[in-house]
Design a protein around this ligand. Structure first.
Ligand SMILES: Nc1nc2c(ncn2[C@@H]2O[C@H](COP(=O)(O)OP(=O)(O)OP(=O)(O)O)[C@@H](O)[C@H]2O)c(=O)[nH]1
Length: 395
């Protein structure tokens, strides 16, 4: 059984494998992989954002109700001390803010404000929780400070922010905890408050370490998933798409071509006398030749809907979108001369002194099925072989 690095070495030029090999201890991939990861992770985590904001609102409302019962609000109305008015103002403003944020998030038709809403929600909750603790202390009603530690954990929840975003959020939350206490509490209470701030900072540090490990694991999982997907759809020797990927793509391209009245061309090619090449130069040289032919083919599949494929063995295909008959013929010739330029010696070939290919190619008819097109082009390829090899037969 292979070790992980050994298994990675066996995978050809691939940005996911490359990133896994290089590592990412600063939690950053090279571009455009970093952007791809952000799209993936925000899609995964976006669904939790609405739940999180609604949950925050719900919990805050429950605590507000507990206040009303604990502090006997109905009986004492309206003779409230200043600290109680302050507490009510905080409870009310946070409920109002969270309702606005929830509406912004639930209104899915506009721009996606998820990360911004999560940031403002969490900062409001940190400030609200700190002020609540302070007002309770000024009212001389006991309250557990540990709710602030719960906030430290919540700041690092996976809610669509990057690890750096979480760190910035934690840094921004610190002054929101320290400043109100120094401003609103008496000097005798400052020491206790600073002790609470210190424990809050430690909790943030521990949570940040946990979040780093989580983000690292999540990134690794992303790379492995993409790698798995890549391997399921590509040929490991040439890094071209494989037959499975081709079959799916051919159907899609034909449907798209019909819808947009665009021509679709399929070209299939088979290396001539490849068995003799292997027998003469060895299997390793055969593999190298297949790779070089693969790279050449890939150069001809430039547009997003085009595809270069290794169908299996020494058989390849090119699928081209928006390509007319004249372009197809030019492309076949360009492929043949490209191969001649590569000049891969084939001393055992009765056809030429270098490696050559036989090709069959044709444009898809309107409404033609992928199976029919494939069968027709395969026949053309057979005809090219019969015509003496190193030949292009157009249908
Ligand atoms: N090196 C190498 N050889 C391969 C690979 N896959 C298939 N082959 C070889 O490709 C050769 C194909 O042989 P044939 O199907 O007889 O075709 P051919 O010798 O090219 O003859 P024509 O197509 O009729 O010109 C076989 O010898 C296979 O072993 C591969 O991944 N690497």
């Amino acid at each position: 059984m292979h070790s992980a690095p050994e298994a990675l070495r066996a995978i050809p030029e691939n940005r996911y494998a490359e990133q896994l090999r290089r590592g990412f201890r600063f939690l950053r991939f090279s571009q455009p992989l970093e952007q791809e990861y952000h799209q993936y992770i925000s899609k995964v985590q976006a669904r939790y954002q609405k739940i999180a904001v609604l949950l925050g609102l719900g919990i805050w409302m429950i605590f507000s109700l507990v206040d009303a019962l604990r502090l006997d609000l109905w009986q004492r109305f309206p003779d409230y001390p200043a600290a109680l008015w302050g507490l009510l103002l905080v409870r009310g403003s946070i409920i109002f803010t969270l309702c606005l944020l929830a509406l912004l998030l639930l209104n899915g038709s506009r721009k996606h404000y998820g990360p911004q809403v999560v940031t403002v929600t969490l900062l409001s909750l940190v400030l609200g929780t700190t002020l609540t603790i302070i007002f309770y202390q000024n009212l001389s009603v006991p309250i557990s400070n540990s709710v602030l530690l719960l906030m430290a954990i919540t700041l690092f929840f996976p809610l669509g922010l990057s690890f750096r975003g979480n760190l910035l959020l934690a840094a921004a939350s610190l002054p929101l905890v320290v400043a109100p206490g120094l401003w609103l509490l008496s000097e005798t209470q400052h020491v206790d408050h600073l002790r609470l701030c210190f424990i809050f900072s430690l909790a943030l540090l521990i949570c940040a370490m946990g979040a780093y490990v989580r983000d690292h694991t999540q990134r690794e999982q992303f790379l492995l998933l993409q790698l798995l997907d890549w391997q399921a759809n590509h040929d490991p020797l040439t890094a071209l798409h494989n037959r499975r990927s081709f079959t799916q793509h051919l159907d899609l391209v034909l449907r798209q071509g019909n819808r947009e009245s665009a021509k679709v061309a399929l070209l299939m090619l088979d290396i001539d006398h490849f068995k003799r090449f292997n027998d003469h130069y060895g299997h390793q040289a055969g593999d190298d030749a297949l790779r070089r032919v693969g790279r050449l083919l890939q150069n001809f599949a430039r547009r997003p809907m085009d595809m270069a494929v290794r169908l299996g063995g020494e058989e390849f295909a090119l699928l081209l979108y928006g390509c007319d008959a004249e372009q197809l013929q030019t492309l076949g010739e360009a492929l043949r001369s490209g191969l001649a330029t590569l000049n891969i010696a084939h001393a055992a070939s009765p056809t030429a002194d270098h490696l050559t290919v036989s090709m069959g190619a044709r444009l898809a008819m309107d409404g033609e099925s992928s199976e029919e097109l494939y069968r027709q082009v395969d026949d053309l390829l057979y005809q090219a072989k019969q015509a003496g090899r190193n030949h292009l037969t157009l249908g």
